[in-house]
Design a protein around this ligand. Structure first.
Ligand code: ACO
Length: 372
């Protein structure tokens, strides 16, 4: 009997949202390079994933207006973030609980008609950056900053997080990072969201579950650990000795390897370029230089390629984002893809319920507890 292999290469659903063919990632037919090279905004990409076509100018304007009108979170939600920020909780656990709470406070959370689902989707998408920035500031002992409806998604997030108007380069980098992380076919968190959606549960439950899956170090949690590793290498002084020790003790190096990509993660060169541009000639150049050393060592010693999490660590750090909330930034973008998949799953639903390969004992005789 063959052993289960984590559903490797198994086709589990049909989709029109994104595809990976020959190490090329596309959103609804547009390759990542097509979107990146033409400076697509994150808002355009969300619209694309949800509607499977790019918006016209009027459609985009309307969509942006709807998002901006929903940026703000209620005092009750802010209070709950405040309570959680005082405890030493994992930031992804805080995001998971707060998204769940949005569902509790939404009186229409159990409605699942087209209109109600759309409203919930816009609200979730718009409020997640505010939740993250509020949490990050409260955790640093700072007062939260209210969102600004005159700013786009990327600029508003950086403004709320850092309390100052971001530069053009920073907004560009944030927007590009958001576009690159928006969707990725049937990765673990998206699969989780689709499994939940297939039971016809509400959107808040689906996104909450997806956040839980993304939190893991083998998925989105890797980027946080990449930056910790770069800091350790800097302190230790030798990339080669550090990596050799880890690999000799069979530890995985975060930000390397991929279940699907074999030659290159198509998102990585854009993040590498951004890391270079943002750090060049600054005190932060060390992170880019160390990353290049790690990349070379991993390629030469193990033939492993960097994935999306590797250079995003340096990009996020330079944008003023603390490494402990890197995975939240991933979630802030990926929620767009999760929502698209939840909606697609529900439109043509079939309960996702695979079978397992039982390896345990069989036909045992029950022995009363007194005789065991
Ligand atoms: N460091 C060292 N060795 C590695 C790494 C790594 N990062 N990735 C894979 N390998 C080795 C494994 O040890 C294994 O070697 P073996 O055959 O000698 O035992 C071989 O490569 C295959 O690895 P698997 O873990 O079986 O590959 P799988 O396709 O199941 O896993 C995964 C892919 C989970 C991404 C893996 O490469 C990994 O753990 N990477 C580190 C974590 C990471 O960066 N995650 C982010 C992924 S991208 C994303 O989710 C956004």
């Amino acid at each position: 009997m063959t052993q289960a292999n984590g559903l490797k290469d198994t086709i589990a659903c049909d989709t029109r949202i994104s595809s990976i063919v020959d190490d090329r990632l596309s959103y609804a037919g547009y390759s990542i390079s097509e979107l990146m090279d033409n400076n697509a905004s994150f808002e355009e990409v969300i619209y694309l994933l949800w509607n499977l076509h790019l918006p016209t100018q009027i459609e985009l304007k309307h969509f942006e207006k709807e998002l901006r009108a929903n940026y703000a979170i209620s005092d009750a939600v802010e209070q709950c973030i405040l309570i959680q920020s005082r405890q030493h909780l994992h930031p992804m656990s805080v995001l998971r609980s707060t998204v769940s709470l949005l569902g509790v406070y939404n009186v229409k959370a159990e409605e699942n008609g087209v209109e109600a689902t759309y409203e919930q989707s816009i609200q979730l998408m718009a409020k997640i950056p505010t939740i993250i920035a509020t949490f990050a500031r409260l955790r640093r002992g700072e007062i939260p900053i209210a969102p600004r409806e005159d700013l786009g998604f990327a600029a508003n997030f950086l403004y709320m997080l850092n309390g100052k108007e971001p530069s053009e380069l920073e907004v560009l980098a944030m927007n590009r990072a958001l576009v690159l992380h928006a969707d990725h076919e049937l990765n673990a968190s998206t699969f989780t969201a689709r499994v939940c959606a297939s039971t016809l549960t509400d959107i808040y439950s689906c996104v909450t579950a997806a956040i839980g899956a993304l939190k893991g170090p083998l998925h989105g949690g890797a980027n946080e650990r990449v930056f910790e590793m770069l800091k350790e290498i800097r302190d230790q002084g030798s990339t080669e000795i550090y990596l050799k020790e880890k690999l000799d003790s069979h530890e995985k190096i975060m930000g390397f390897g991929h279940r699907v990509y074999k030659t290159q993660d198509p998102r990585e060169p854009y993040l590498r370029q951004m890391a270079k541009e943002l750090t060049e000639g600054t005190d932060e150049a060390i992170w880019y230089d160390l990353s290049r050393e790690v990349e070379d060592y991993m390629k030469n010693s193990k033939g492993l390629i960097p994935n999306v999490d590797f250079y995003s660590a340096t990009v996020y750090h330079v944008l003023g984002i603390d490494s402990s909330i890197f995975t939240l930034i991933f979630a802030m973008s990926r929620v767009s893809g999760w929502i698209a998949h939840i909606q697609e799953q529900k439109k043509n639903n079939k309960l996702i319920r695979p079978r397992s390969n039982y390896l345990g004992q069989e036909n045992l005789e029950y022995i009363p507890i007194g005789r065991r």
